[in-house]
Ligand binder design. Sequence first.
Ligand code: F6R
Length: 615
Amino acid sequence: MCGITGYIGYKEAYPIIINGLKRLEYRGYDSAGIILNENENFKLRKTKGKVSDLEDKCTDLNTKATVGMGHTRWATHGVPNDINSHPHVSNNGKIALIHNGIIENYNTLKIMLISKGYVFKSETDTEVLVNLIQYMQETQQEDFATAVRYALNEVVGAYAIAVMEIDRPQEIVVARLSSPLAIGIGENEYFIASDASPFVEFTKEVVYLEDGEMATITLEGGVDVHKIKDNAKVNLIIQELKLSLEEIEKGGYDHFMLKEIHEQPKSIMDTMRGRLLVNEGTIQMAGILDYQDKFLNAEKIIIISCGTSWHAGLVGEYLIEDLARIPVEVEYASEFRYRNPIITDKDVVIAISQSGETADTLAALKLAKEKGAFIYGICNVVDSSIARLTDAGSYTHAGPEIGVASTKAFTAQLAVLTMIAIKLAKHKGVISEEKFNTLIAELETIPNKVRDVIKNTEEQVKAIARLYAKTSNFLYLGRGYNYPIALEGALKLKEISYIHAEGYPAAEMKHGPIALIDENMPIVVIAPKTDHYDKIVSNIQEINSRKGNVIAIVTENDTQVRNMVSQAIEIPDVSECLIPILASIPLQLLAYYIAILRGANVDQPRNLAKSVTVE
Ligand code: F6R
């Protein structure tokens, strides 16, 4: 939610900041802004719209400034318009601020500031903070960084901020609480950003601020980190950035989403690399091995997550209960937190999150930790807040996912959960050595099978997309392991094509959704050969009797369902627990091609953002 970036050094700041904003646009894209400090003058441009709209507004900027910062917004307080866009400047025109997060007590602070004569142009919480800094500077007579610190100590909420003062062109002050902030350290130049992507080509040295820390960045003094609360000095921990430019570019594809769908054979292989050791007959996962007693003796495992990651959690429930026979509950992080959940130190809580920054998941995890549960993370973004909070975890290693609709991170989450379930099953002694070996050998074939599914179904799915692109509603049905895949297929379609779509357990259809079925309703049924096959055949018959159009995902060489439906998309025959990964692929492609035909911006769907750092 909102991307922030900044530069201080000897190069022209404008192109570095604009380029950085483009890389951060996945975090929000309803408005954008930039401010540069040139010879102790602010040059500010901001606009509703995307970074490309901001560029249009900057054609007359004519600047060689070497310090500045930029923002790409996902609106929280105040509609997306030019005035509410960041950066915000204080009443005296001397302080500029960009912000990712929410100041929860902004109204109280605003009332106080208004009583002192401050005026506000925007509806944002951010404009309150920048004026609070001015107020602290004037009333406490302190230096700039101290004024920022005093202001932050008055604030309740979440933030990653960057602040500049007009008289100090050699300095940027940054701070974080619950929203990420990375500082890139180059030769006589420094970069700041919500993640490291804006500066990947400039430096491999990065510092990630921890919650409750702030840094003063100056050309003479470098990066000076302190605690926001008491100004205690914090030692600088410089890490090596393991991200390449190639990973964050489109690589010839029209969209990141399509690139990421096509990357899945590799990303799933990367997820399993060094872990799935078929020749040695083992799954190597240090996080599980080191804490296997916690898992094996857990009274229950609670999986918490949001959105697509929650769907992965549902598949995880099927996997862990079915294979390892440990009870699992799956919770929306946002609901879990607010219903006084029963958690004890005998529980294991697994958080699943691509970004590792989702505010609800993070907060739910903190609650579980407070209650003594052992907390485990399945995150894609290395060193993200959730990854750092957990007691142990397994990264998904899917590589950067930039398309807002999650695809490769989802299948990587499924691969991790599958490995965890099979490993726990073995340690618990509830599956035979033979079954273990068969499952891991089969899992190893999945990346190639995903490649086959993409190759064999993409053209067919494109043709199906043409048939249904103008439809207003879709229903997705699945049973067992494939019920969460039905939910995920529906979510993918609605978020990028804006078609209303619902996922249901197939048998639930007759308890309500069947009323919607007529000749205008396409219904995607995930109908592979499993123990539920006959039941799902009956469900398809019920749909046919009401003239619905069925698009079925079937096992290769299936004839029975194929003869009953309008379109049948084949996936390879694999064990039931591995079907979700394969069945997801045509559903991702269907959503993508329908969205393209409808002219939607698939990488940046309206109202959404990749990293949801507000609750
Ligand atoms: C949908 C999607 C979202 C995320 C959700 C959780 O395609 O990407 O539903 O899954 O916002 O995000 P993470 O996994 O980063 O916690």
